[in-house]
Design a protein. Structure first.
Length: 730
């Protein structure tokens, strides 16, 4: 192979170094997959190594598929190199060898749902009805297995709440799986390690087979994965790992950054190569990335560089409110599409917390800009949001059987499936709604007294909440509903994902707050109608969509224009990381990953005022902004920073305005843009307009480029006239 034609000098060196231990520190956008695949091709085509003697392991099915396709393109179709994820690799070995440690080869691999069911059955047998405890048990079981601990060893090593009970359930869970000849997902790794440690012949077999071991994304390996590859490579000592300690962002799920940081210590003869040339981003973006990550001490060190031109300076905005931040972001996207020829698919809006997506989703929808939530659900499609909406629907319309079916046993209230079936049958037989059937639980045959009591309790609860809804502002009612129904308790587990779910429910209350701010006489029915209209629009069918995502979900992707939003202390970096060096350094790596997703333009935005958890927060701007901009003098005033680092785009927009004007408008006001191509003179109060999705509306007020417009079903919404897809009805 003529490697010089396909690889740069940095890449060629590790490809040619085929014997012994090799660590490749591959910076973002430096071509690490190319290095891995060309090394495999070089081994086969140039050195005559048999394909079945080569192993390549990565983390996702998508990455494994891409690597396999690239290898096949270089050496021929159906090349028998083992390219797979860790879990697929282990499952394949266990199918052939697991009988040696007491399981049948026809073992079942339990999904998350099946794992939940086993834990639930054990708790039911112990007469324990605590959903939060079930979640904690599941976490500790997985945490123990990722660390390689038995139930008792785990209990001895770690101090955790309810340790006796959790350990007891853990032991019973393991016995239940063994009796069922089943493994959970974590067991695939753990049982393979057990097999290698207990059965020398098995380890010898696979160590002999895989003379060349390759591992991608080595910074993301956990303790068990590290031990597996070390054991496999121990015979021929040919281990080639590629990773980037600066992109190690999965510590919360067991990844050990020490695996890559201590590689030289664990393999003293290892050679280390650095891939620092970036093929993705402009030098301005790389300068920001380098400026951020240099503040971490737990790293091996590298500096990204590129021969791509400098490009546009980093665009920095500090807005007054979170609504203004969303408005500004969407306006910038619109302007870049119109003025610079970008397509919507070129943009990504990245958040640290998925609860921050709602305002951006709403603005994109109002302006008919197609978007997708990458790696997750749109705000109004998230389970916790749909659950609250179902409660609101049943309170608004007691005849909504679908809504009642959704929430009848959420949070868990002990109404079993058989009781629900009898309830539905009774309602059908008597021609009444399920809600009415709740109130007549005493008349339903086949229900035991306990079930009747629980059903009547739900009936009374819903009636009480319906009365309360008449006397409270809508947002306050929703916020109190979250507490009164036990949903707040349901998600108070301390786990990050549950905290996010809880904040999403609070975000729904905030959506109601904004709605009644714009629609003072609005009722619950009006809010639900507006939500239904906004959430029913499907823009993902569009071929070109703005990507809205958490940073973790887009690792490995790239976009021409990236907005990193919500850059405030307590959000990014997260509040729990501020006082813990290890946690803060991982947050900084998350920021580094976010920055290096950008190819041409990078925006950094934050809000002085943000409404979260039913209160207005005033957060300091994230330290990562100052790091990205290379600001080291703390004495420099904030106004100076704004002046120096403001975007050149739309420079007519004032960064600061009077508090009174902002309070009155409630979102980002702007002065008229002298370069505006769209004639706004005909958009006056009383003018009828047509929106391409929401139909006809009437302009109520106009403030510069911003108009309040009333639509029959949507209610009153504020639109930036330069962006909104509106036409005047003559």
């Amino acid at each position: 192979m003529n490697l010089a034609e396909k690889l740069n000098d940095e890449q060629i060196k590790p490809v040619l170094d085929t014997e012994g231990q090799v660590l490749v520190l591959a910076g973002a956008g430096s071509g690490k997959t190319r290095v891995l695949t060309y090394r495999i091709a070089h081994l086969i085509k140039d050195l005559g190594v048999k394909p079945y003697n080569i192993l390549a392991i990565t983390f996702t099915n998508k990455a494994a598929k891409e690597m396999r396709e690239r290898v096949n393109a270089l050496v021929g179709e159906n090349c028998p190199v083992w390219v797979s994820t860790f879990h697929s690799f282990c499952a394949r070995i266990l199918r052939s060898e697991i009988e040696k440690i007491g399981y049948g080869s026809n073992f079942t691999i339990y999904s998350e749902t099946e794992t939940d069911r086993v834990i639930k059955n054990i708790l039911d047998e112990e007469q324990i009805n605590d959903k939060n405890l079930k979640s904690k048990i599941k976490f500790h079981i997985s945490n123990a297995k990722n660390g390689g601990y038995s139930p008792l060893k785990y209990k001895e090593k770690f101090d955790f709440e309810d340790s006796d009970l959790i350990t007891d359930v853990f032991i019973k869970y393991e016995k239940r799986l063994k009796n069922n000849n089943a493994l959970d997902f974590d067991d695939l790794l753990l049982k393979t390690l057990e097999l290698f440690l207990k059965c020398d012949d098995v380890l010898e077999k696979y160590s002999e087979k895989f003379r060349y071991v390759h591992v991608d994304e080595f910074q993301d390996t956990n303790k068990i994965q590290y031990m597996l590859v070390r054991l496999l490579s121990n015979k021929y000592k040919n281990i080639f790992v590629v990773g980037d300690e600066d992109q190690s962002i999965y510590g919360w799920r067991g990844a050990e950054i020490s695996n890559i940081l201590d590689f030289k210590k664990n393999f003293p003869d290892a050679k280390i190569y650095k891939l620092e040339r970036n093929y993705r981003s402009t030098s301005s973006i790389l300068s920001a990335a380098n400026s951020i990550i240099k503040n971490n001490s737990s790293r091996l060190g590298k500096t990204l560089w590129t021969d791509i031109e400098k490009g546009m300076n980093i665009q920095h905005r500090r807005l007054y409110t979170d609504r203004e931040e969303a408005e500004f972001t969407v306006r910038e996207i619109h302007n870049l599409v119109i003025d610079k020829g970008y397509s919507y698919g070129d943009f990504a809006i990245l958040v640290r917390l998925n609860s921050l997506t709602r305002l951006f989703e709403e603005k994109l929808t109002l302006y008919s800009i197609p978007y997708r939530i990458y790696g997750g659900f749109k705000f109004y499609e998230r389970k916790e949001v749909k659950d609250i909406l179902a409660y609101l629907r049943i309170i608004s319309n007691p005849n909504d059987n679908e809504a009642l079916s959704r929430i009848i046993n959420f949070p868990k209230r002990g109404i079993g499936e058989s009781s629900i079936v009898r309830l539905v049958q009774f309602a059908d037989l008597n021609g009444i709604s399920m809600f009415e059937a709740l109130g007549r639980a005493a008349d339903i045959e086949g229900l035991n007294n306990a079930a009747k009591i629980k059903i009547l309790e739900l009936y009374n609860l819903l009636n009480i909440e319906a009365e309360r809804s008449k006397n409270l502002p809508l947002n306050e009612f929703i916020r109190s509903l979250i507490t009164n129904l036990g949903i707040e308790k349901e998600y108070s587990t301390g786990k990050e994902e549950d905290t996010q779910r809880l904040e999403n429910t609070y975000q729904l209350a905030d959506a109601a707050r904004e709605f009644i701010y714009d629609n003072e006489e609005a009722k619950l029915e009006d809010f639900l109608q507006s939500v239904s209209l906004i959430s029913d629009i499907d823009s993902e069918s569009e071929t070109s969509c703005v990507t809205l995502a958490t940073v973790h979900s887009v690792k490995g992707l790239e976009f021409k224009v990236v907005f990193i939003v919500g850059l405030e202390e307590g959000i990014f970096p997260s509040s729990k990381s501020v006082y813990e060096k290890k946690e803060l350094e991982e947050e900084r790596r998350v920021m580094y990953v976010a920055v290096t997703r950008a190819m041409e333009i990078l925006y950094l935005t934050s809000a002085t005022s943000r409404f979260r958890f039913n209160k207005t927060e005033s957060n300091a701007e994230s330290r990562f902004v100052k790091e990205a901009l290379g600001i080291t003098d703390d004495k420099k005033s904030y106004n100076y920073l704004i002046k120096q680092h403001e975007s050149k785009l739309n420079s007519d927009i004032p960064v600061f305005e009077s508090a009174a004007k902002r309070f009155q408008s409630g979102f980002y006001n702007s002065v008229p843009n002298p370069n505006l191509k769209k004639d706004l003179s005909q958009f006056t109060a009383g003018t009828k307009v047509r929106h391409n999705r929401f139909g006809e509306g009437v302009i109520l007020t106009v403030r510069g480029e911003v108009a309040d417009i009333k639509f029959e079903k949507l209610g009153i919404k504020a639109f930036n006239l330069t962006v909104a897809p509106l036409e005047i009805i003559k």
